[in-house]
Design a protein around this ligand. Structure first.
Ligand code: HEM
Ligand code: HEM
Length: 293
């Protein structure tokens, strides 16, 4: 009962991230000028930008109910696993801070730092839910040559997830400092391999592109190593999905530029970044030894 609910929380969170990204992409971030109400009511007329902005809030509100219930049910199923429960409590705290940040973005009219932190916390929460879900799944006993295989899979998951997270925070900075079209051309940047770097927006945009290539190369290399050197089916599936996903993500980045930041492309770009993070975290968590309790 609690595991399907945890899975539902994960999917709900991904949908919430997508909704948040759409809110920004269509310019509806301040469609509700107040917070926590929208035009002074919890039931505004759901039209235009208000539809997306308020739907994002309502969706977040439901998560604030769903996730604590999932944490309590997990606690009831595993009363001895205190570390897991503490992680759940940390997640509830994260959600509350995240909702506050969402409110502050509105009240202070989208300061770059708060909007970027809102994305970073959303990704951290997703990672936390992924850890709880995988930790409550079946024990990983499919590693042949236990130690080296586990270590490789753990490192592959951690490095990939860490790089995807860092790249996503840089991406959010690109987005919120309006550096998305600082280099409008692809694959070159302002017609050059290395663009003139005197403007901060070009620096940031170029950093996101270079880091994107680094993330892709490292993910593909680790993916190949995991598939070639381990027989663990879960790890191989995650590594293959990560490799395919990272290629699609680079292509979506290019498509976002070719489409001049059209909402479908940039929103899919945010969603896929979140999925890549969850895959990396799932892979690392699965290969982690279980706590003795
Ligand atoms: C009631 C609480 C919340 C409010 C009022 C709120 C509000 C907002 C607003 C106004 C934006 C657009 C920001 C911008 O254009 O800079 C946004 C985006 C977003 N929200 Fe929320 N939010 C809330 C809760 C959450 C929660 C709980 C999550 C995830 C766990 C979340 C994830 C996101 C994401 C991923 C974005 C896109 C950020 C980006 O494009 O960089 N939000 N939210
Ligand atoms: C491979 C790893 C990559 C990851 C994980 C990644 C992730 C992200 C994320 C999370 C955002 C912020 C979205 C938001 O705030 O909601 C973003 C923004 C952006 N990314 Fe990437 N990205 C990657 C590669 C690329 C590449 C290769 C390009 C192509 C040049 C690119 C182009 C962009 C652009 C233009 C934006 C700004 C979108 C906007 O202003 O709305 N990304 N990226």
């Amino acid at each position: 009962m609690y595991r399907p609910l945890l899975l539902a929380v994960l999917v709900w969170t991904l949908a919430l991230l997508l909704l948040g990204s759409i809110v920004h992409a269509i310019g509806a971030s301040l469609a509700c000028p107040d917070w926590p109400t929208c035009f002074g009511t919890m039931l505004p007329e759901m039209t235009g930008g208000v539809f997306w902005e308020h739907l994002h809030r309502l969706w977040a509100g439901a998560l604030l109910v769903l996730f604590p219930v999932a944490v309590l049910l997990t606690r009831r199923a595993h009363p001895e696993r205190t570390a897991l429960f503490r992680l759940g409590l940390a997640g509830i705290g994260l959600l509350l801070v995240q909702s506050l940040l969402g409110g502050l973005t509105v009240i202070y009219q989208l300061p770059d730092a708060i909007s970027t932190s809102h994305l970073a916390l959303a990704f951290l929460f997703l990672a936390l839910v992924t850890v709880i879900l995988v930790r409550t799944g079946p024990e990983a006993d499919d590693y042949r040559d236990a130690d080296p295989e586990r270590r490789l899979v753990r490192r592959a998951g951690l490095v990939t997830a860490g790089l995807v997270f860092a790249q996503s925070v840089v991406g959010a900075l690109v987005r919120h400092t309006d550096a998305g079209m600082a280099c409008p051309d692809v694959p070159l940047c302002l017609g050059r391999v290395i663009p003139p770097l005197e403007y901060p927006t070009v620096q940031l945009h170029f950093l996101h592109r270079v880091l994107g290539i680094v993330v892709a190369v490292v993910t593909l290399r680790y993916g190949w190593m995991v598939v070639a050197r381990t027989r663990a089916p879960f790890a191989s599936r995650m590594a293959t999905a990560l490799a395919a996903g990272v290629i699609a993500q680079v292509l979506l980045g290019f498509a976002s530029l070719a489409g001049r930041l059209a909402p479908p492309y940039v929103s899919a770009h945010t969603l896929l970044a979140a999925i890549l993070l969850a895959l990396g975290v799932a892979m690392a968590t699965h290969a982690w030894e279980r706590d003795p309790q």
